[in-house]
Write a protein that binds this ligand. Structure first.
Ligand code: TXA
Ligand code: MG
Length: 325
């Protein structure tokens, strides 16, 4: 039990982490719940705090590109990904070295690593003699937090400190890919770095979807994830679903201004400017706002399936799964 403090003091955050406590950290994707990646007692506290099953492995966050070699084997394609996309919203799944414990990887021989792009977090990582493991800083299964207040709402009294780095700029979790030696890469999770951007820079690489080629359980890929408490339905025909549910208190989660007959207070537009980057940045905050407003159902429209829209649609699909009959 802690009195949870929210602040911007890197030294305070570092002190708690050096004492093997967990601290919430800002990243450009979503807020993370961090601990010393090289200390199993600290890592265990993350699973306990989030009530996350220990078969669900954690991402290791490093301060520099050159740190990665201490923790994983880097093939040619992996090095290219590091050179081009780090720091940024991309996680690489790589063969792990012995410095990373099986607790971090849930027994897998591969470790997920990323170098985040957030100035405050990079400063913190540079002060620490160890990398940080950090899942999203929400209770297991709930929507990921994109600001310090979200973290506080979910984890108050469970952690000593929330490092406040402002709202997350990207707003959706990192894309996870596994670079293989033969110029192929497996996509394990769509996320904050659009696949088009990756493919454009790596035009001679073949990308394979994880769901087709392996049975490896990537837990962000668990179907009931990112869910609001209010039932959420993804709508291919919003007008029809509005009619079907008209007896209920409905919130509409919309991309941009679309012609519905909804009262203004029931419509929640995530990107008034019509940009998918804006939509991603606002999505989780809007879902969490709606969730405490007493609606019976959230009707979410399908977003354009390109750029960050792919990851947005993925998260909305997973958010509705829990509530399916
Ligand atoms: O943007 C992000 O990636 C955020 C910020 C905080 O960095 N983190 C995040 O962590 O989304 P988490 O734990 O909520 O999601 C990480 C995903 C999980 O689906 C996990 O199963 C997968 O990465 N993962 C981690 N290590 C893995 C491994 N060794 N093998 C397969 N999947 C792994
Ligand atoms: Mg998560």
């Amino acid at each position: 039990m802690f009195v949870t403090e929210i602040g911007t003091n890197i030294t305070t955050a570092a002190q708690w982490l050096k004492n093997n406590q967990v601290v919430a950290i800002p990243t450009e994707t979503v807020y993370g719940l961090a601990a010393n990646a090289l200390n199993d007692a600290a890592v265990v506290k993350i699973f306990e705090t989030k009530q996350r099953p220990t078969f669900n492995p954690l991402i290791v966050h490093v301060p520099t590109k050159t740190d990665i070699a201490q923790f994983a084997d880097i093939n040619q394609l992996a090095q290219l990904c590091i050179d081009i996309f780090f720091p940024g919203p991309l996680t690489l799944l790589l063969p792990k070295k012995n410095s990373i414990s099986n607790l971090v990887t849930a027994g897998s021989s591969k470790v997920a690593i990323r170098m985040p792009q957030h100035p405050l977090l990079l400063q913190l990582l540079q002060q620490l003699p160890f990398p940080l493991v950090a899942p999203s800083a929400n209770m297991f299964g709930y929507v990921s937090p994109t600001n310090a207040q979200h973290v506080y709402n979910g984890l108050q009294n469970k952690i000593p400190y929330i490092l406040n780095g402002g709202p997350s700029q990207v707003g959706i979790e990192s894309t996870i890919i596994e670079p293989l030696p033969n110029n192929t890469a497996i996509i394990h999770r769509v996320g904050g770095l659009p696949l088009e951007t990756i493919q454009q820079k790596l035009s001679n690489v073949t990308f394979i979807n994880a769901e087709i080629t392996t049975n490896v359980q990537t837990a962000g890929q668990l179907k009931s994830h990112y869910a609001t408490n209010t039932p959420l339905l993804v709508c291919h025909n919003l007008q029809q679903n509005l009619t079907e549910h008209k007896a209920k208190k409905i919130a509409c989660l919309l991309f941009k201004n679309t012609a519905t007959n909804m009262a203004a207070q029931q419509s929640f537009i995530v990107a008034p400017d019509g940009l998918l980057t804006t939509a991603a940045a606002n999505l989780f905050a809007t879902m969490q706002k709606i969730d405490v407003m007493g609606f019976d159902i959230i009707l979410a429209e399908v977003f354009p399936n390109e750029g960050l829209g792919v990851a947005i649609n993925d998260r909305l699909q997973r958010a509705q799964y829990l509530h399916k009959p």
